[in-house]
Structure formats: C-alpha cells, structure tokens
Design a binder for this molecule. Structure first.
Ligand SMILES: *[C@@H]1O[C@H](CO)[C@@H](O)[C@H](O)[C@H]1NC(C)=O
Ligand SMILES: *[C@@H]1O[C@H](CO)[C@@H](O)[C@H](O)[C@H]1NC(C)=O
Ligand SMILES: *[C@@H]1O[C@H](CO)[C@@H](O)[C@H](O)[C@H]1NC(C)=O
Length: 457
C-alpha cells in the first residue's frame, strides 16, 4: 500500500514535470516533428504558438477556435513519444535528412554528455545564420520570402542577384560575383560589394528600399522627412558600408530570396565557411501551375477564369523541371555539405499550411519564431475584407486549395499532357499527381497534392 502510494506520487511528479516541459519548451517541436502523413491542423498549431508566445494576450488570436480537442492531445502524445525515444532527429525527419537509416535511427540519448565528434569549426553561436530561398519565376517566392522578411530580427534581401544582372558593370554578371555577393550579405561584409549594394539599395525598379523591412527601416533613418523628395536610401556616401554593416549585424540573421540562381552547388563554399551557418531552402511548385501562371503573366488584363490557349513551350517546360530535379540532386546523393542545411518545400504545402511551414523554417535555421510573422500570415491567409489582401496568394484554406488548383481550369488537357510528358521525373519526385483525362483534370474534388513526397518536407 505504502509502496504503491509512493510510486504514484513519484509518477505524479514526473507527469507534472513532463506536462510543464511540454507546455513551455516544445511548441517548435510540435511544429517540426509532426509527421506529414497526418496533416497538421494549422489552427491548432497557431493557437499553440499563440499560447506559448503570449499566454495573456488573447486578443490577437490567428485562429480563434480550438476545434478538435482530441487532435491536440493526439498531437501532444505523438510529440512526447518522439521526444522520449529521441531516436529521430526531428529536423532530419521532417526535412528528409539523407534518408539514411543508420543516421536517422541511431539512438542518441539526451542524457549523454558526449558531444558528437566534430571538426574544429567554431561553435554555432559564433557563426552568423544566413538562409537563402532559391526558386524560379512564378513559384511563390515572394510569399515565402515574407516568412523571413516579417521577422523583426531578419536582415532580408529581396532578389539581390538582380543588382548583378542589371548593373552597368557587365562584369558583375558572373557566378564569381554571385558568390561574392552572397558571402557579403551573409556575413554583413559590404566593402567588397559596395558598388553593387549602392545600386541595389537605390534602384527604383526593384524597390528594395520599401519591400525589405529592415532595409526600409535603415534607409528611413536618413530620409529627410520634411523634404518633398526624401530620397530612396540617402545613406551618407562616406559611411555607406559602415552603416550597412552596423544595421546588418544588429539583426540576428540574414535572409535572401532569389529566382536568379540556377545551380545549388554555388552555395557549397558558404555551407563550408566556418564563419557561417548557411541554410538553403529550395522552393518548388507544380510545373503545370508555373506554366499556367507564366502564360497568364505575358498577357495584360486576363481574367483568372480565362482559358489560356497559348502553345506550351516544351523547351521552357523542360528547363523548369530540370531546374527542380538537378538542384535537388546533390541532396539525393547525400552530399555532406548539405547535411542539415537543406530543405525542399512545395509551394502547395506552404499554401495549405503556412503556419507549419513557418515553424519548420525557423526550426531549420535555429532561430526563435516571431509573432510578427504568424500575425502577418494570419492576416494574409484568412478571408480578408480588404481587396488588397485578397489579391495575396492565399485566402482561407478553401481559397488556398482553389489557388493551388486554378491552373486546372485554365489549361487544356492537351497542354497539361505536354507538361506532364516533359516533367515525368520532377512530378514523380515531388509527388505531383498526374491527371489521366480531361475529366480528372477538371474535377477539382480530385486532389493532386494530398500526398507529400516521401521523407521530404
Ligand atoms: C547575365 O548572364 C546570363 C548568363 O550568364 C544571361 O542569360 C543574362 O541575360 C545576363 N543578364 C544581363 C542583364 O545581361
Ligand atoms: C530637409 O528638407 C527641408 C526642405 O527641403 C530643408 O529645409 C532642410 O534643411 C532639410 N534638412 C536636412 C537635415 O537636410
Ligand atoms: C479588361 O477587360 C475587360 C473585359 O474583358 C474590359 O471591359 C476592360 O476595359 C479591360 N481593361 C483594360 C485596362 O484593358
């Protein structure tokens, strides 16, 4: 009897401690470890995020109702199981790691004090975190870029490679300068790229002085508020690099988004740079949606319900899909330089569950999430009364499904067949379901995105 009570008490304490632990420190885990086979309810996740981040502030709730209490407890139990066994590195699990069972399943007890054998690189804390989102035109990178741009500690660069391509100095349009630029941005070292940065920060076409939050804030400090033309980014010339550097360092990490880089191996030296913790996110999108979007882009004033009758350019399609598969190739070959630095993301999954995507991104880069990001996602992904917001890529969950399926109403089956025949490898790799008939194409109730690629984000 006595013994029984003691055991119960002991366990009660354990249970209590565990509940506390779960409640305070594992919300990112929840986001990062939940297996994709059972789609995570973004409402529940965002609610959890909310509760952990700010238990008292009940006003700013992204998703008001906690609909399914049962699935929450299921979620927690699942998470706890992963935590306890500690067999799976959550990041490798979600992001695919190297699909190497000897790595992903090797038990590494948490109690073990022995650190894994490492090279003599400086500790992670001394490295600067930089993350690059690489993708192609019409693949949703502006939206995905905002997941970083909205973070108050991000120094975010929108399409910096543009400044190389369109610089007066044509010599900058080379991979050597691409690498130099990325290195400078990642390390907050601007002297070697001063010329490029001056062009980048002040050129009207790109408008980074407004679109990039941290840059806008920096430039705003030098704008003459009373002048008629306050200037785009009037940083004093003689302190240009110092000011840029100071503002960059002030922010915890660098984030870059680009549609202008075609070869992931360009980043290899950055991933191996002892000063950097460099992460790569490759964003892909259903090639059928990309092509439909590009066809619509070349026309002005084309309604979203219009059928696009244009010929599909096989060469372009091939290039689009080739980009996706070749850039994923080093990862599939388990290249060491990509270990724990690479994530493959499908735009469709971002749309259907942006909160989970956000959680996974920040888990990848080891930076705490910010409510500014979840708030932004909340206001840009739920039904908004404002027309301006409705133009954003995703509305409600229903809307985002609609957005993901829009191409199906706009492309003919013949067009789709051409794309599918050129993109067999990519579509199989990323698990985009082929449609076999016009009926299947037009029947939106047939989902083409439910199944995610195996062991991929
Ligand atoms: C930059 O170089 C690439 C090929 O390396 C070329 O396709 C592109 O047109 C060049 N950009 C400009 C603006 O000249
Ligand atoms: C700002 O602009 C106003 C109006 O053009 C001018 O009078 C003032 O001197 C400017 N201030 C600075 C600090 O340049
Ligand atoms: C766009 O198209 C609609 C009809 O399809 C037409 O009424 C409208 O004037 C057009 N707008 C422009 C700016 O061309």
């Amino acid at each position: 009897m006595h013994v029984c009570r003691r055991i119960l008490l002991l366990n009660l304490r354990k249970i209590l401690l565990f509940v506390l632990f779960v409640g305070t420190s594992t919300y990112t885990y929840l986001a990062a470890t939940f297996p994709y086979e059972e789609p995570t309810d973004s409402k529940i996740l965002s609610r959890m995020l909310q509760d952990v981040r700010s238990p008292r502030d009940k006003r700013e709730v992204i998703s008001e109702k906690l609909q399914d209490q049962k699935s929450v407890s299921k979620l927690i139990i699942k998470d706890v199981e992963v935590e306890q066994s500690d067999e799976v590195d959550p990041l490798e699990y979600i992001f695919g790691g190297f699909q190497d069972s000897s790595v992903t399943t090797s038990a590494r007890p948490r109690t073990s004090k022995k650190p894994p054998p490492k090279a003599e690189a400086p500790p992670a804390a001394e490295k600067r975190t930089a993350v690059i989102v690489m993708t192609q035109m019409r693949s949703g990178s502006t939206f995905v870029g905002e997941i970083f741009n909205q973070h108050p500690e991000a120094f975010y660069f929108f399409e910096p490679v543009w400044a190389l391509e369109y610089n007066k100095n044509k010599a900058y349009n080379s991979s050597k300068w691409q690498l130099k630029l990325l290195e400078g941005l990642s390390k907050c070292r601007f002297e070697p790229i001063r010329d490029i940065m001056q062009f980048y920060l002040t050129t009207k076409e790109l408008g980074v002085m407004k679109t990039c939050k941290a840059i806008d804030k920096m430039c705003d400090g030098y704008r003459n508020k009373t002048a008629m033309w306050p200037g785009r980014c009037p940083i004093p010339n003689d302190q240009f690099t110092e000011i840029l550097e100071m503002n960059c360092i002030k922010n915890t990490f660098t984030a870059i988004k680009t549609i202008r880089l075609n070869d992931i191996t360009l980043f290899k030296p950055l991933t191996e740079d002892p000063e950097l913790d460099f992460k790569i996110i490759q964003l892909v999108r259903d090639p059928r949606a990309i092509i439909a979007s590009r066809l619509a882009l070349v026309k002005n004033n084309v309604s979203v319900t219009n059928q696009l009758h244009d010929d599909v350019d096989r060469t372009e399609v091939r290039a689009v899909c080739n980009w996706m598969t070749t850039n994923m190739q080093p990862y599939r070959e388990k290249r060491e330089w990509l270990r724990k630095r690479y994530a493959l993301v499908r735009y469709e999954d971002v749309g259907l569950d942006p909160i989970t995507t956000m959680a996974r991104f920040y888990r990848l880069i080891n930076i705490p999430m910010s409510r500014d990001v979840s708030k932004w996602l909340g206001s840009h992904t739920k039904t908004s009364k404002k027309l301006k917001d409705r133009k954003d890529p995703f509305g409600t969950k229903k809307d985002s499904e609609k957005t993901a399926n829009e191409w199906r109403t706009r492309l003919s089956f013949q067009q789709v067949e051409i794309i599918q025949s050129e993109c067999k490898e990519a579509m199989t790799l990323f698990n985009y379901k082929f449609v076999e008939s016009n009926e299947e194409l037009k029947d939106i109730s047939v989902s083409l995105y439910k199944k995610r690629p195996p062991l991929l984000f």
